[in-house]
Design a protein around this ligand. Structure first.
Ligand code: ATP
Ligand code: MG
Length: 418
C-alpha cells in the first residue's frame, strides 16, 4: 500500500518573522506519520493572500492531503478562508451552522459577539465544516482535484483538538487505504550520535522498513524506528526484530523508550527497589533535583538535594576534606567521591549522587577543560566515580551533565536489581 502524501502549509507573519516556531507542523507531522501518511513538505508563508492562494493550489496538485494551519481568526490578517476559496476557484459563502456555533461560543461565556466574528462563518462554497470544540474559529475541509484541503486554526490547543476529533474521522473515511504504521523510540545515553549511527549500520537504515532516524537532545540519542505494513501486526513484526537487534548492540546504554528522560527511569528504579537518595550538586546547580522532582511520587525516595557550589560549602555541608580540595581541586574524582559519601551520610540515605565539573565558558584549564565533569554514586557502601568530557555551552554542559549523572546512578541501581 502506498502511503498518501501530505503537505502542511502554515501561515502567519509571526512565523516568517521568527517570533514563534512552527510547532504545529511538527505535531501534525508526527500524527500524520502515525496514521500512515507520508509528509512530503512543510511550507511556511507570511500573511500575503496571493502567495498563500497559489501555494495552496500547488500543494493540492502535489499531495493527496493539504493541511492549512492558522489564519482562521476574525481579523483582517486572517486570510485562510479567502486564500482557500481563491485556490479552489469558488466564492466564500456564509455557513449557517458555523455561524450558530460561533454565536453559541460567545453565549456560553455570556459575551456579545463582535460583528467581525461573523466572518469566521464564511467557508469556501462546497467545503465541509470542521467544528471547533474549544475556540471560535471553525475549520473546514474541501476537495481540490484529487486532493483534500483541510484548514485548522493556529492556536495549538485548538488545532490539536480539531485534528484528533473531526478531521481524524474525516481522514479515516477519505483515506481508507493507508499502510499500517508501528513506531518505537529507543532512548540511548552516553554515546555520541556518530557512534550510534555507525553501529546501527547493518541493523537499520533511513531507507529501510522500519525506517531509521536519530534525534539528539541533551546527552540522549533517540533511535526512532517507523515500520509500515499491510496490517498493524505486520508492521509490529517488522519492528520487533530490529528493536531486538538494537537492544543487543547497545545493551544497557538503552535506558528507556518513547521519550523518557533518564530521571523518569531512575525515579522508577528507586521507587521499585525502595532505595532512598540524596543529591550533592555543584556545576548542575540543582538541575538533577529539578528533573527528579518532575516525577510524581518521587518524594517516597528522594530525601534531599544540596547545591554545594563553593569549596567552603562542600567542606562544611558534606565534609569534603580541605586537603582533598587543596591537593586535587573541587573538580576531581576525589572530591566527587567525598561529596557523594558526605551526602549519603548527612541525609542518612541509602544512595547518593554527586556532580562536580567545569560548566564554562570561563574557568577551564589545560588539565581541567570546560566540560570536564565527575559524577559519583554511593550505593551499598561502595562509591564509583565516572569522568565525562561534555561538549557545548554552559547550559548544554549542565543539562548533559545532569543526564549523565542520572545515568550513572541508573546503571548502579540496575546491578543491585539482579
Ligand atoms: P485566532 O482566532 O487566534 O486568530 P488563527 O486560526 O487565526 O486563530 P493565527 O492567528 O494564525 O491563528 O495564530 C494564532 C496564534 O496561534 C499565534 O499567535 C500563535 O501563538 C499560534 N500559532 C499560529 N500558528 C502556529 C504554528 N504554526 N505553530 C505554533 N503556534 C502557532
Ligand atoms: Mg489570527
Amino acid at each position: 500500500v502506498r502511503a498518501p502524501l501530505a503537505e502542511i502549509v502554515a501561515s502567519g507573519d509571526e512565523l516568517t518573522l521568527g517570533r514563534i516556531a512552527n510547532t504545529n507542523a511538527a505535531w501534525l507531522s508526527r500524527r500524520l506519520a502515525d496514521l500512515g501518511f507520508q509528509v512530503s513538505r512543510h511550507t511556511t508563508l507570511p500573511d500575503v493572500l496571493r502567495e498563500y492562494a497559489s501555494e495552496i493550489r500547488a500543494a493540492a496538485r502535489r499531495a493527496d492531503l493539504v493541511i492549512l494551519s492558522g489564519g482562521l481568526g476574525p481579523t483582517v490578517d486572517d486570510l485562510t478562508r479567502e486564500a482557500a476559496a481563491r485556490a479552489l476557484g469558488v466564492p466564500l459563502v456564509r455557513d449557517r451552522r458555523a455561524l450558530a456555533q460561533i454565536r453559541r461560543f460567545f453565549a456560553r461565556r455570556a459575551r456579545t459577539m463582535p460583528p467581525t466574528n461573523e466572518r469566521q462563518a464564511d467557508l469556501p462554497r462546497g467545503a465541509a465544516l470542521l467544528p471547533n470544540p474549544v475556540g471560535t474559529a471553525p475549520g473546514f475541509a474541501a476537495r481540490a482535484g484529487r486532493s483534500l484541503v483541510a484548514a485548522l486554526p493556529g492556536v495549538p490547543g485548538e488545532l490539536f483538538a480539531m485534528f484528533d476529533g473531526p478531521l481524524r474521522r474525516l481522514l479515516e473515511k477519505r483515506f481508507p487505504r493507508r499502510p499500517a504504521v508501528a513506531t518505537r523510540e529507543l532512548e540511548l545515553i552516553g554515546l555520541p550520535e556518530s557512534e550510534v549511527g555507525r553501529r546501527l549500520e547493518g541493523i537499520a537504515s533511513p531507507q529501510g522498513n522500519p525506517r531509521l532516524s536519530l534525534m539528539v537532545r541533551d546527552a540522549v540519542v533517540c533511535v526512532r524506528l517507523v515500520a509500515r505494513g499491510r496490517t498493524k501486526a505486520e508492521a509490529r513484526r517488522a519492528l520487533g526484530a530490529v528493536v531486538k537487534g538494537v537492544r543487543a548492540e547497545f545493551g544497557d546504554r538503552v535506558f528507556g523508550e518513547g521519550g523518557q528522560d533518564p530521571a523518569d527511569v531512575v525515579a522508577a528504579l528507586l521507587m521499585r527497589s525502595k532505595v532512598t537518595l540524596a543529591l550533592a550538586e555543584s556545576c548542575t546547580g540543582g538541575l538533577v533535583g529539578h528533573l527528579l522532582t518532575n516525577v510524581a511520587g518521587v518524594s517516597r525516595v528522594l530525601l534531599e538535594g544540596l547545591v554545594t557550589y563553593s569549596n567552603a560549602s562542600k567542606a562544611r555541608r558534606l565534609g569534603v576534606r580541605r586537603s582533598t580540595l587543596a591537593r586535587h581541586g573541587a573538580v576531581s574524582r576525589a572530591c566527587a567521591a567525598e561529596m557523594a559519601a558526605g551526602a549519603a551520610r548527612t541525609a542518612r540515605a541509602a544512595a547518593a549522587l554527586a556532580i562536580t565539573g567545569v560548566a564554562g565558558p570561563g574557568g577551564g584549564t589545560r588539565a581541567k577543560p570546560v566540560g570536564l565533569v565527575f559524577t559519583a554514586v554511593r550505593l551499598r557502601g561502595r562509591t564509583t566515580v565516572e569522568e565525562h568530557r561534555i561538549p557545548g555551552d554552559r547550559v548544554a554542559v549542565k543539562s548533559r551533565a545532569a543526564r549523565l549523572a542520572l545515568d550513572h546512578l541508573r546503571r548502579r541501581l540496575l546491578r543491585i536489581g539482579s
